[in-house]
Design a protein around this ligand. Structure first.
Ligand SMILES: *Cc1c(COP(=O)(O)O)cnc(C)c1O
Length: 386
């Protein structure tokens, strides 16, 4: 049994701050009573600020995958064509889910090292004169690669093609960490999850919904029961839920929203940018390669690092866990064994980052991965430069 705190530096689930643990640690209340209505009112209203929208945010007791499914089944019909962009593993999983639901996803393929190519989406939509494509689905921050995409540019691409497709965006690992504006960027459905930037345990997921998406839900044909927005929104209007909500996680959500508001979203985003920059400085000093090949698309919530050929990232991660009690993210899908991922999101500060980077620098050495020393020192320079 290790002494001291475990370092949970995977890009979600993230460290849950004591304030949120204390908020969750309460007797479960009657979800049809007056105390619950105050809680529901606070989280339904407060979530809007986090998504930067004035429209409704639906909260499901589910992992993020549930909110992916909800976005699709509320708005689309069997056989509908959907354009998706292959940013990495999570985009691929969402594509697979769309296929299993009976949709016809068209995947714009890419090499898992760059952001969404808005130009490719515009070209694809421009060819679709009959408007058979019903939605464009993209991942804002691709957690398997550490690449963040420009969602406003995707909106502009859809508009430039004069196409009516809905825009759906997965923000599970960016919400509350990287600037994201549901309303200003004209997104129709935003998918969120509790266990990353929102600093909560897993178990809640979200759909922020535009008026256009609500209209689409009136004529959509896919079977939709548990995920039905209309039942949810009808009950939410009375600060109620149509089935038993995850009450104690909602206590935590109320606290998380308060914490993000106290710090100020702009400061939260700047903190993540700064920690990401310090992490990349360390990676560069070690002589290793960041997986993201476009500096304008670096993720501020995690960094995926390529190991030199012939070195197994999972052996390095196992050594780091064993020796320093630190969990780092693994390579997912085709990146298995080739990369490790450093999560620097959520409830996090300078010294937690330094502990993390020291663990990586020592772990690389112990695992026999060729690297230069001095990464930790470079990161300290970045953190003390401002
Ligand atoms: C974590 C994550 C998911 C998956 O969410 P689950 O809660 O595991 O269902 C989906 N998309 C992205 C971008 C993620 O980071």
């Amino acid at each position: 049994m290790a002494s001291g705190r475990h370092f949970l530096q995977i890009p979600g689930p993230t460290n849950v701050p004591d304030r949120i643990l204390r908020a969750i640690d309460a007797p479960t209340i009657d979800h049809r009573g007056p105390a619950f209505r105050d809680l529901a009112g606070a989280v339904l209203e407060g979530s809007k600020a986090i998504f930067q929208t004035s429209g409704p945010v639906v909260i499901f007791p589910a992992s993020g995958t549930g909110a992916w499914e909800a976005a699709l089944v509320n708005t689309l019909s069997a056989g509908d064509r959907v354009v998706m962009f292959e940013t990495g593993h999570f985009a691929t999983l969402w594509r697979d889910l769309a296929e299993r639901l009976g949709l016809a996803p068209e995947f714009i393929e890419d090499d898992w090292r760059g952001p969404v190519d808005a130009g490719a989406i515009e070209a694809r939509l421009a060819e679709d004169r009959a408007h058979e494509i019903k939605a464009v689905c993209v991942v804002h921050n691709e957690t398997s690669t550490g690449v963040a995409s420009d969602i406003a540019a995707v909106r502009r691409a859809i508009d430039a093609a004069g196409h009516p497709a809905l825009l759906m965006v997965d923000t599970i690992s960016s919400l509350g960490s990287i600037d994201y504006r549901h309303e200003e960027w004209g997104v129709d459905v935003t998918v969120g999850g509790s266990q990353k930037g929102l600093m909560l345990p897993p178990g809640l997921s979200f759909n922020a919904v535009s008026e256009k998406a609500l209209r689409a839900s009136e004529t959509s044909g896919l079977p939709c029961a548990y995920w039905d927005w209309r039942g949810m929104l009808g009950a939410n209007a009375q600060n109620m839920f149509p089935y038993t909500p995850a009450t104690n996680l909602l206590f935590g959500l109320r606290e998380a929203i308060e914490m993000l508001q106290e710090e100020g979203l702009a400061n939260v985003f700047a903190r993540h940018d700064r920690h990401a920059a310090a992490t990349r400085a360390a990676v560069q000093a070690w002589g290793l390669e960041v997986l993201c090949r476009e500096p304008t698309a670096y993720s501020s919530s995690l960094t995926a690092v390529l190991l030199p050929d012939g070195h197994d990232a999972d052996a390095f991660r196992a050594a780091t866990l064993e020796r320093f009690d630190m969990s780092l993210g693994n390579g997912l899908g085709r990146l298995a064994g080739k990369v490790f991922r450093i999560g620097h999101l959520g409830d996090f500060n300078d010294l937690m980052l330094m502990g993390t980077l020291a663990g990586v620098e020592m772990g690389l050495g112990l695992a026999g991965v060729p690297r230069q020393s001095g990464g930790v020192a470079r990161a300290m320079d970045v953190l003390t430069a401002d």
